[in-house]
Ligand binder design. Structure first.
Ligand code: NAD
Length: 464
């Protein structure tokens, strides 16, 4: 390592690299540094982007914070259906913040350039479409849609209005994912054949039993607006409002909520448009709190051969009562190695393994079942054919790459969104990409509830 590079690392005070192959991961760190500097430079008084957040719950607050980390971004309004969250938004962002329970008030405002849609899943598509039609750039939380039938219409509105539209599965903006894709494309694990991806959790919050406020009653919640687009209406139930993920009417189960993150990462790295065959099974194993979605779910998904990739199989699993504790993995298996992408997409490792050139003989083999004379003949022939090095498996050191400490993929995802608004650069997760990740995730639910294999056309984005 040159002295300058060493100084650069010391200056940043972060450790990116855990092994000796330092220069490649250093490049990733440099790239992060450059991005930050670019964002700083562009901030200016004439270059403000005014945002509003619709759905000011857990992710609404998180997304707003990430959006405001991009220089030149200002929050002017928020919308939510529970009064307590509007009051909280004023506590955090100031008493002058405009608040409303009707998202159309936000879309009517001339001073809003972009909206973050962080509502329950049942409202993503409708509000996105309305917002684009009103000339707003849209950052829509995942999954892009609640129903497969909403996808093509939403893509069409984006094409017609040409509004900037980004879906919020932020891991693919991480420098770790960028580097992983670069390594994958360079053939670091050979030819891909399978992927195992899962979320394991083992606590009530992880299983979506979020805290309900003491004043979370019908007087403080706009319950009729919350369920306005549901086929079946229910009497007010705090669980249905504050723990909406547990109900298919408003959420999309573990598949729409979590498989979608896994598929987003997989599609980004492999360049795939999506699978062609999907089958899922599920159980309600532990969290029997009235929810109507499984808490353990597994899917087998087949990706056919395309010009982008060979055929490969994906197994997806979410387990909310896993004795393994909390663990999230995506393991991409190729003919010459494995890429493990951990947690929130801020690190990954590559382990290589290659076959020896010689096929091997003896040990767990049929050789010993033959006569002494036959064994000798076979061994002599083998030794003549293969030298020492042909009989050895090549050795490799595993390599781990990590984003710098404090690195935040959500901030990066919002920087990408704001770049698109300011400069017309492409977003990393547009409507077509977002739907191609959401649809197979939602089809896992369809497969589970109908107990059928679902065939999907990933190019035209249609059920076959
Ligand atoms: N990208 C990620 O990593 C990530 C992580 C968590 C959640 N999410 C997504 O973010 C979204 C929100 O999840 P959450 O955990 O913040 O839920 P939450 O329940 O904490 O917040 C959702 C809020 O949306 C509001 N809302 C619902 N319908 C509305 C409407 N029509 N108009 C205005 N407000 C409305 C509710 O009042 C509620 O306060 C979900 O779609 C979820 O999938 C993404």
């Amino acid at each position: 390592m040159s002295t300058d590079r060493r100084k650069f690392l010391k200056h940043l005070g972060t450790s990116v690299l855990l092994t000796s192959a330092s220069l490649t991961s250093l490049a990733a760190q440099e790239e992060h540094e450059i991005r930050t500097l670019r964002a700083e430079k562009r901030a200016g008084p004439n270059d403000k982007i005014r945002i509003a957040t619709i759905g000011m719950g857990i992710m609404g607050f998180n997304d707003t914070r990430a959006a405001l980390s991009v220089p030149g971004v200002e929050l002017v309004a928020v919308c939510d259906l529970y009064k307590g969250r509007l009051a909280r938004a004023k506590e955090v962002y100031g008493a002058n913040l405009f608040t409303t329970m009707d998202y159309r008030d936000i879309l009517d405002r001339k001073d809003v350039d972009a909206v973050i849609i962080a509502t329950s899943d049942n409202w993503h598509s409708q509000i996105s479409i309305d917002a684009m039609r009103k000339g707003k750039a849209v950052y829509s939380e995942k999954p892009m849609v609640h129903q497969i039938s909403q996808g093509l219409a939403e893509i069409q509105v984006q094409k017609d209005t040409k509004m900037v539209f980004q879906v919020g599965s932020q891991r693919i903006s991480s420098i770790a994912y960028k580097k992983a894709k670069e390594m994958y494309d360079a053939g670091a694990i050979g030819k891909i054949n399978s992927i195992e991806a899962s979320f394991n959790r083992q606590d009530a919050l992880g299983a979506w039993q979020y805290t309900i406020p003491t004043d979370g009653n019908i007087q403080n919640v706009d319950w009729s607006r919350f369920q306005a687009n549901a086929k079946v209406r229910y009497d007010y139930d705090q669980n249905r409002f504050f723990r909406w993920r547990n109900y298919r009417e408003y959420g999309t189960g573990v598949a729409g909520d979590l498989f979608v993150h896994l598929l987003t990462g997989i599609h980004y790295i492999t360049g795939s448009k999506g699978p062609e065959r999907i089958y899922a099974i599920g159980d309600l194993a532990y969290w029997k709190d009235g929810r109507n979605v499984p808490d353990v779910m597994s899917a087998v998904v087949h990706y056919g051969e395309t010009k982008e990739h060979p055929a490969f199989q994906v197994t997806l699993r979410v387990n909310f009562i896993s004795g393994e504790g909390d663990k999230t993995v995506t393991k991409i298996v190729g003919s010459e190695g494995v890429m493990d992408l951990g947690g929130e997409g801020d690190s990954f490792s590559i382990r290589n393994s290659k076959m020896a050139e010689a096929p091997g003989i003896g040990g767990w083999d049929s050789l010993f079942t033959y006569t002494e004379a036959e064994q000798k003949k076979l061994m002599d022939d083998y030794n003549k054919r293969y030298n020492e090095s042909q009989r050895m498996r090549p050795k490799f050191e595993p390599i781990t790459y990590r984003a710098p400490q404090g690195y935040n993929a959500s901030n990066e995802h919002f920087a990408n969104f704001m770049d698109a608004i300011r400069n017309g650069t492409p977003v990393v997760e547009d409507a077509v990409f977002g739907f191609r990740a959401a649809a197979p995730a939602l089809l896992c639910n369809d497969s589970y509830f109908s107990n059928k294999v679902i065939n999907w056309d990933p190019v035209n984005m249609k059920i076959i």
